[in-house]
Ligand binder design. Structure first.
Ligand SMILES: NC(=O)c1ccc[n+]([C@@H]2O[C@H](COP(=O)([O-])OP(=O)(O)OC[C@H]3O[C@@H](n4cnc5c(N)ncnc54)[C@H](O)[C@@H]3O)[C@@H](O)[C@H]2O)c1
Ligand SMILES: [Fe+2]
Length: 388
């Protein structure tokens, strides 16, 4: 076996209502005045106020920053940090999806250390120290609550990652009650994102390790068995709990066994068309898996029964084909657009998207099969017209 490293958060607290107990975590981390990072939508639907009230009932008056935008731009991070600095906060809490959690992670580093935002991008550049950090996901999801990564929008069409163990929070709090009202489309997209995390972690070329493998398998089981119920019967608490846990396990898997070409080809779609992260992944997933089959079908075959949900016979190629077919049917059942065309992408932009995807070498090097420009273009073309 290859040597490996595995890093994750110190504490995960899982249970309904756990978001209403954050005062306990504040006390044990020595936080007295937390910055609460969230987005305006979550305030408007009343998801965050009870969390703030529960904190305040225990004597913790949080400073509220509720202006996180989806795919958060640098300006959001800097404004949140300014607010935290001027209000003298001593800890950071996020209640929200990947966007809010990623902002909170970077803000905790900006407020706790001496580095400027521009110095943080890349791998291992954020050094800390940071302020105490508690992350509470409301999507299931990015797994950002257990990854050492934050993704920030740096230009019109570009995103940059901050990756450093210092971004792992002190505590991740999984409270599925917060996800009961997640709309079907967001549930579907974010759920497929989590499934992609598990699949790509399992087949990553570098840093594949037995802990991530086990997490990925269990994550995929939880996600594949529950995503339809979570989308079509959103109030089903058991399905929501399983999705949230599945996303968290997948996050721990890919935090240590990184994602690859699905994510590399998804990012340009988010950049140029503002297609949400999970949908971007879903749109290219079957075509990337088709492309990868030549190199990865033994590993895909190991996941196929988990995805399909019934025992499978036949060659690794046949089982892989069954898995890809099951994923196509899933995307259809979840009412997600299945082709780039249906998602509003222009056919004459595929070359530009392929050029952009080639810039994601950080991810492409993890792919089980080498991806050249022509390959990326062929994958986008297949994803464009798949259903027609
Ligand atoms: N840090 C990481 O490891 C990592 C991994 C993958 C993606 N990301 C990043 O995460 C971001 C995407 O995060 P996301 O997919 O979780 O979505 P998000 O945080 O952007 O939120 C999407 C929308 O869903 C709404 N929403 C969230 N929770 C809700 C709930 N419980 N009920 C009703 N509405 C709710 C939000 O208000 C928002 O409008 C992107 O910026 C992506 O690049 C980060
Ligand atoms: Fe993702």
């Amino acid at each position: 076996m290859q040597g490996f490293e595995f890093n994750t958060v110190r504490q995960i607290i899982n249970g309904p209502g756990s978001a209403l107990q954050l005062a306990n975590q504040c006390r044990s981390l020595g936080i007295r005045r937390p910055l609460m990072v969230t987005d305006p939508g979550l305030m408007a639907i009343g998801l965050v106020p009870p969390v703030l009230d529960a904190l305040s009932a225990e004597g913790f008056e949080a400073v509220l920053f509720d202006q996180v935008r989806e795919d958060p731009p640098e300006a959001t991070v800097l404004t949140a940090a300014d607010m935290g600095r001027s209000q003298d906060v001593d800890g950071v809490i996020a209640v929200g999806g990947g966007s809010s959690m990623d902002v909170a992670k970077v803000v905790a580093v900006l407020l706790g250390g001496k580095q400027a935002l521009a110095q943080l991008y890349g791998v291992g550049n954020a050094r800390g120290p940071r302020l105490p950090l508690i992350l509470v996901p409301t999507t299931a999801g990015t797994g950002s609550e257990v990854t050492p990564v934050a993704v920030i929008t740096t230009g019109e069409t570009t995103k940059a990652g901050v990756s450093s163990p210092v971004l792992l929070p002190d505590v991740a709090v999984l409270d599925a009650d917060l996800t009961l009202g997640l709309p079907p489309a967001v549930t579907a997209m974010t759920g497929v994102d989590a499934m992609v995390h598990a699949i790509e972690a399992y087949t990553t070329r570098h840093q594949k390790n037995p802990i991530s493998d086990n997490l990925a398998r269990q994550a995929l089981e939880l996600l594949a068995r529950n995503i339809r119920t979570a989308v079509h019967d959103g109030g089903n608490r058991e399905a929501r709990e399983n999705m949230l846990l599945g996303a968290c396990l997948a996050g721990q898997a890919f935090a240590n066994a990184p994602v690859a070409a699905v994510h590399a080809l998804a990012y340009p779609l988010g950049g140029h068309y503002h297609i949400p992260h999970g949908l971007s992944n879903s749109l290219v997933l079957p075509s990337v898996l088709d492309f990868n089959t030549a190199s990865a079908c033994e590993l895909y075959a190991e996941l196929a029964e988990i995805v399909v949900g019934t025992p499978l016979q036949g060659s690794a190629e046949a089982r892989t084909a069954a898995m890809i077919q099951a994923l196509r049917e899933l995307i259809d059942d979840l009412a997600l657009p299945a082709t780039l065309q249906a998602a509003g992408v222009d056919e004459d932009k595929l070359e530009m998207l392929a050029e952009d995807a080639m810039l994601q070498q950080r991810l492409l090097v993890n792919n089980p099969r080498d991806v050249a420009y022509e390959d990326a273009l062929a994958i986008y073309r297949a994803a464009y017209r798949e259903a027609s």
